[in-house]
Design a protein around this ligand. Sequence first.
Ligand SMILES: [Zn+2]
Length: 242
Amino acid sequence: MDFVVLGTGDAFSSKHFGSSAVVIAPEGQVLIDAPDALMRALASASASSGVRLGPDGIDDILVTHIHGDHVNGLEAFGFWRWLEWRRTGRTLPRLHTTNQVADRLWHRLAPAMDQGGTAALSDYFELRVLPKSSPARIAGLDVRHRMGRHTVPSCGFLISDGRRTLGWSGDTTWDPGHVEWLSEADFVVHETSPAPAHTPVDYLNALPPALRAKMALIHMPDDFDAESTSIRLLTDGELVRF
Ligand SMILES: [Zn+2]
């Protein structure tokens, strides 16, 4: 399975794009979260990875939670595809998320996107709430989710193409149950940043070697000490194959 890392930064980063990725799925590209400057992040990652990435090629978006560094890019992406729909009638992108995010997402986007009260979320995205106990079928992938522990409802993902599985923690404070759930994946992307909202790297450093060996870190503060861990650090624009 291949995925391109768009960004590895935390909410305050002045050096990196926000933590997000595009999974190259059997039936399309699947965006995980939509950080600030999404268009520039896609263009930059496209140039460095050699994988063509842009709002025209992404029909499925997974959203972990509603913090701005994970959803601020939805406004530009939504308008871009709305204009494309007006020009060509092309179908809208599907937005897959938890019922907690689905309930509040439009409250967040509406002041900028409701066009004087005439437009709704469904004018920009086809909203699909992730089923609680069964996988969602998305672009040829089976996607399961689990709630982590964050300051707002936030989920992680297990994303499988039937042969390989990608684990994605989403934003979460240290949660042994979450890591245990993610550990069935062949490759685990875990966030790290200071407590209490996030997972300090010391907890991850204490995990069994076999799990650490298939783990990579994202959502790092700009002053993160690369020497503080032996776990792989992801980089903006990197293509990961596993
Ligand atoms: Zn967050």
